[in-house]
Write a protein that binds this ligand. Structure first.
Ligand SMILES: [Zn+2]
Ligand SMILES: [Zn+2]
Length: 404
């Protein structure tokens, strides 16, 4: 492991910063304090700061001293997310959340601090030819799509990037282990409502009603055949019904039943097929029984598809800096969703995982110690990763410019 010594020397500074952000978590598009800290630090290192993209997003632009004055410079985008989760924190350490019901339960505090650490170093070592865009985005969690909000505010027009990269910490992987995957890596996330309408009536006189509960019960079985019979078995896809809402009496047939759930796929084509089939079932199956039906389908995040060459490049840099034994090149697909996928629809790049360890890094004298998993109330980002992530970001940018 070859950390950059100058970055290692800032370990305390960035640990303190990470813990400060952890103690003051902010939710989607309300990252006011966090983005203020980010902007203030970037400016203090002489980095050009742009605010207000996607409401609370911040972009720091650092131009290398060897960049030609004319022509379009090569540019790399490095992204960190800043938002916390609407969940309680059970940790009792000093830097635990000061805001009830809000927690940095996904380590975005650490992602922000790692990227700031790299920005500080690169601002003091500008001898490269090109531009680094440090992208601090809001609202990754909960389908809020801060990435899309920044893109819609002109991120790539104002700050063109030839390639873009992102890092997410991963509990359960050994601390400091890098994990890469080419192609579809994280799932699309989608939710649906199916509204079945019939005719309400007396439960003792079903022949005078159109019973929406019977239709819904049948429909739930048919929906599963869209996965088992209509999907190519080699394509990964999940359709889960997670809610059924109907009725409030023992002796009344409700005139409406609502079915809700989620669909996950690793390709948009498979998603299109499933949505089309769901619409057909939702509309036609109720008609068999004299009712009607409607599908409302909402696509939150597309599948995250890593580009081949940027992924090879990013993995090679990790191997060169930290050794091949620290790098997994073919990590399994992850069923979670991530809005970095929006960037990768526009710009070549790759999204990688950095092992957060199994939780031993947490100071162990608090009540209620649960697993150190993402979105768990006892999660904490592993501060040992800060110099690792910052060193990696720096080496990735330097290798990108050296590559020409
Ligand atoms: Zn998360
Ligand atoms: Zn996250």
């Amino acid at each position: 492991m070859s950390l950059i010594a100058e970055i290692e020397a800032t370990r305390e500074e960035f640990t303190a910063l990470r813990r400060d952000i952890h103690a003051h978590p902010e939710l989607a598009f309300k990252e006011n304090r966090t983005s203020e800290i980010v902007a203030e630090r970037l400016a203090s290192w002489g980095i050009e700061v742009h605010r207000g993209l996607g409401k609370t997003g911040v972009v720091g632009v650092l131009r290398g001293s060897r960049t030609a004055a004319s022509g379009k410079p090569r540019a790399i985008g490095l992204r960190a997310d800043m938002d916390a989760l609407p969940m309680p924190e059970h940790n009792r350490f000093a830097h635990a959340s000061k805001h009830e019901g809000r927690m940095h339960g996904c380590g975005h505090d650490g992602h922000t601090a790692m990227l700031l650490g790299a920005a500080k170093y690169l601002s003091a070592h500008r001898d490269f030819d090109g531009v680094v865009n440090f992208i601090f985005q809001p609202a990754e969690e909960g389908g809020n799509a801060g990435a899309r909000a920044m893109i819609e505010d002109g991120l790539f027009e104002k700050f063109p990037c030839d390639e873009i990269y992102g890092i997410h910490n991963m509990p359960g992987f050994p601390a400091g282990q890098f994990a890469f995957r080419k192609g579809p890596t994280m799932a699309s996330s989608n939710r649906f409502d199916i509204i079945v309408r019939g005719t309400g009536g007396h439960a003792a006189q079903p022949h005078k009603a159109v019973d929406t509960i019977i239709i819904a019960a049948e429909m739930i079985g048919v929906l599963q055949t869209l996965i088992s019979r209509h999907r190519n078995p080699i394509d990964v896809a999940v359709l889960s019904v997670t809610q059924i809402h109907a009725g409030d009496a023992y002796n009344v047939l409700p005139g409406e039943t609502v079915i809700r759930g989620t669909v996950r796929t690793f390709s948009t084509q498979v998603l299109d097929e499933i949505e089309n089939n769901m619409r057909r079932v939702a509309q036609t199956l109720p008609q068999v029984h004299g009712g009607t039906g409607e599908l409302q389908f909402y696509r939150a995040y597309p599948p995250l598809v890593n580009w081949d060459e940027p992924t090879d490049f990013a993995a090679r840099v990790a191997e060169e800096v930290f050794g091949a034994d620290k790098v997994e090149r073919d990590t399994p697909q992850h069923g979670g969703a991530e809005d970095f996928s929006f960037y990768l629809e526009k710009v070549p790049g790759s999204y990688l995982f950095l092992g957060n360890g199994d939780g031993d890094h947490r100071e162990g004298r608090y009540v209620g110690m649960g697993p150190c998993e993402l979105h768990n109330p006892n999660y904490d980002f592993n501060d040992a990763l800060l110099p690792v992530g910052s060193t990696y970001w720096v080496r990735l940018a330097q290798a990108f410019f050296a590559r020409g």
